[in-house]
Ligand binder design. Structure first.
Ligand SMILES: [Zn+2]
Ligand SMILES: [Zn+2]
Length: 257
């Protein structure tokens, strides 16, 4: 049993707009603190990513709607898919669909990660503590490695697919680089982009197993040209177009030799 103070409630909800809520885990280190985005549509809702699975999530994002709720994984790293099994409808990009078929792992012990994960965070000035949580949820945590239940996709996504909520629609953008099946969800009408780990305002990871810098460069070019109003990333606070262009340009300057 991990000996840390209990934090309850575990999740914190932040109302971003009438139709958008952010659910996050303040006691998880930024490296693993996934943003869970709940988008309310007229006919159905969308949840973008599902965190580590340390506590049940669905109650925080489910409304009584006939059309139900689609959970989309922006990619299949453990900090984004821990709660996927709680949802009946689950979507992920084709390139990572297989990863949801089998059990995953939520890793709270930073020692399990290599320098390809910890290095960029240390370089950016983040402290790396002995455990990547500073509290435990009610009920405690048995171990620093926790199994994530299999949650096979019920819908496989490709670039250009549309997720229709009735009164609004999100286009799937395949943005490989961080991982092979990383996607963004783009609403052209509003300029809102949910970007997963393809881009956020923090240390970007491109040396993981499955990462591909050449693909990442192409994804960054695509992102830089997108007329966004706001980017809601997989980690860290949201930002606007100017910051998006700066992050993409900085990446391209480093890698696009
Ligand atoms: Zn990731
Ligand atoms: Zn992540």
């Amino acid at each position: 049993m991990i000996d840390l103070p209990v934090a309850s409630p575990w999740f914190v909800q932040v109302r971003v707009s009438d139709t958008l809520t952010l659910v996050t885990e303040p006691h998880v280190h930024p490296l693993l603190r996934c943003n869970v985005w709940h988008v309310q549509g007229r006919d159905r809702d969308l949840v973008v990513d599902t965190a580590l699975g340390l506590r049940p999530l669905r109650q925080f994002v489910e409304r009584e709607l006939d059309g139900g709720l689609l959970a989309v994984a922006t990619h299949t790293h453990g900090d984004h898919v821990g709660g996927m099994h709680e949802f009946a409808e689950r979507a992920v990009h084709r390139a990572e669909a297989h990863a949801l078929d089998r059990a995953g792992l939520a890793v709270l012990d930073p020692g399990v990660f290599g320098e390809e994960v910890l290095g960029p965070y240390r370089d950016a000035g983040y402290d790396i503590p002995a455990l990547l949580v500073d509290a435990v949820p009610a009920g405690g945590l048995d171990a620093a490695l926790l199994e994530i239940a299999p949650a096979p996709a019920t819908r496989v996504l490709d670039d250009g697919d549309v997720i229709d909520l009735g009164d609004r629609a999100f286009e799937v953008l395949h943005l490989p680089g961080h991982s092979p099946g990383s996607i963004g969800l783009w609403e052209a009408a509003s300029g809102i982009l949910f970007s997963g780990d393809a881009v956020y305002d923090g240390p970007l990871l491109d040396e993981l197993e499955g990462s591909d810098v050449v693909a990442y460069v192409a994804s960054m070019r695509r992102l830089r040209d997108l007329p966004v109003t706001v980017v809601h990333g997989g980690h860290e606070p949201s930002f606007g177009r100017e910051r998006l262009v700066a992050i993409c340009t900085e990446y391209l300057d480093r890698h696009d030799a």
